[in-house]
Write a protein that binds this ligand. Structure first.
Ligand code: NAD
Ligand code: UD1
Length: 336
């Protein structure tokens, strides 16, 4: 199959491209490199011994996208391209609405023009807003608490409306929980700009000595040790989930929605312990007040993806920590 991957040089995209190539799909990547490096393409080649076709274009640019569809007979699209930092989205909301929503509209229009109607969209557990009942299943009420989350929610509605209007679209909305870890080769992984916002890249930067200590945001939640609990999913498992979703949408029509998570939560301090074991180093931390907008516990009901696509995670939190640490050590200043 010829699969177009938008945002394919990014963190989740690059791991998914590797799994698609391992399954002998042809991959065409489009990415504007706003949050990733060209070097990722060389790394993908080193891991798979296969080449991908790459276009450095902005998905918002319909004319450029049309050229890609003219050059290749695209069977399915995985749409990762987007801006993803929650905090930044509250500072520059218009940029988030423009980039995330316009890129999706432009992609859909071009796909329609070229009669390519198989799509996987990167959604997020953020569309569940604040939930009190755990685990969260796909029927839970939806809401968003920040502009980034609202772009995901709006795009989900756009895709649902599209499927209602035209039954020939086959779309999967994949709601990721907390992707972490890196490829076991240490060649690709999460490569954040500046100080990381998310827990795992922050911990590895403490371990390598770039940051002095981890701030643990609150130890007074109603959880095993008072610190926040999340559903961490190894990025390679997550990538495999996309291969399952490609099989699903190309064999059964319509719109499907799946949580992609491990179905189990770990606390911040449990993650710190896993990283101490993986790194053989003490991770310094200080308990600080809760981060605004955080909830205590969030984990997925992952049974639907298993029952309907046969997808389940196999990697442990030790794998997540070991692989994230290998990537950090091999790339102390990120991918260059
Ligand atoms: P990432 O930033 O590493 O990758 C996104 C890629 O898209 C980058 O390479 C960037 O250069 C590219 N891009 C952005 N806007 C573009 C545009 N207009 N045209 C072309 N390329 C563009 O992010 P990621 O962590 O790999 O996330 C991928 C997707 O998954 C995003 O849509 C994100 O919102 C979603 N998601 C991520 C997480 C997470 O924790 N990483 C969780 C839930 C959902
Ligand atoms: C973040 C995003 C969310 C996205 C999710 C999955 C924010 C505010 N939310 O959520 O939209 O869907 O990732 O990718 O970015 N923590 C610390 N110290 C730190 C960093 C985090 O204690 O320096 C704690 C948090 O309080 C939380 C846990 O670690 O309990 C995980 O945090 P993080 O990695 O930021 O992910 P989420 O908050 O789940």
């Amino acid at each position: 199959m010829n699969i177009l991957v938008t945002g394919g040089t990014g963190y989740i995209g690059s791991h998914t491209v590797v799994e698609l190539l391992n399954k002998d799909h042809n991959v065409i990547i489009v990415d504007n490199l706003s949050n990733s490096k060209y070097e990722v393409l060389n790394r993908i080649k080193r891991i798979t011994n296969k080449v991908v076709t790459f276009y450095q274009i902005d998905v918002c640019n319909k004319d450029d996208l049309k050229e890609v569809f003219k050059n290749h007979k695209i069977d399915s699209v995985i749409h990762f391209a987007g801006l993803k930092a929650v905090g930044e989205s509250t500072e520059i909301p218009l940029k988030y609405y423009e980039n995330n929503i316009l890129s999706t509209l432009s992609l859909l229009e071009v796909m329609k023009e070229f009669n390519c109607k198989n799509l996987i969209f990167s959604s997020s557990a953020t569309v569940y807003g604040y939930q009190s009942v755990m685990p969260i299943n796909e029927e839970a009420t939806l809401s968003a608490t920040n502009p980034y989350g609202r772009t995901k929610l709006f795009i989900e509605y756009i895709l649902k409306d599209l499927c209602l209007s035209d039954k020939s679209w086959n779309i999967a909305l994949l709601r990721y929980f907390n992707p972490v870890g890196a490829h076991p080769t240490g060649l690709i992984g999460e490569d954040p700009n500046g100080i990381p916002n998310n827990l795992c890249p922050y911990i590895t930067q403490v371990a390598i000595g770039k940051l002095p200590y981890l701030k643990v945001f609150g130890d007074d939640y109603d959880t095993i040790d008072g610190t926040g609990v999340r559903d961490y999913i190894h990025v390679v498992d997550l990538a495999v989930g996309h291969v399952c979703a490609i099989d699903k949408i190309t064999t059964s029509p319509g719109l499907v929605i799946y949580n992609l998570g491990a179905g189990k939560g770990y606390s911040v301090l449990e993650m710190v312990k896993a990283f101490e074991k993986a790194t053989g180093r003490k991770i310094a931390y200080k308990i600080t007040p809760r981060r605004a907008g955080d909830i205590g516990t969030c984990y997925a009901d992952a049974s639907k993806a298993y029952n309907e696509m046969g997808f389940k995670t196999i990697k442990t939190i030790d794998d997540m920590a070991i692989d994230a640490w290998r990537f950090q050590q091999n790339n102390p200043d990120g991918i260059k």
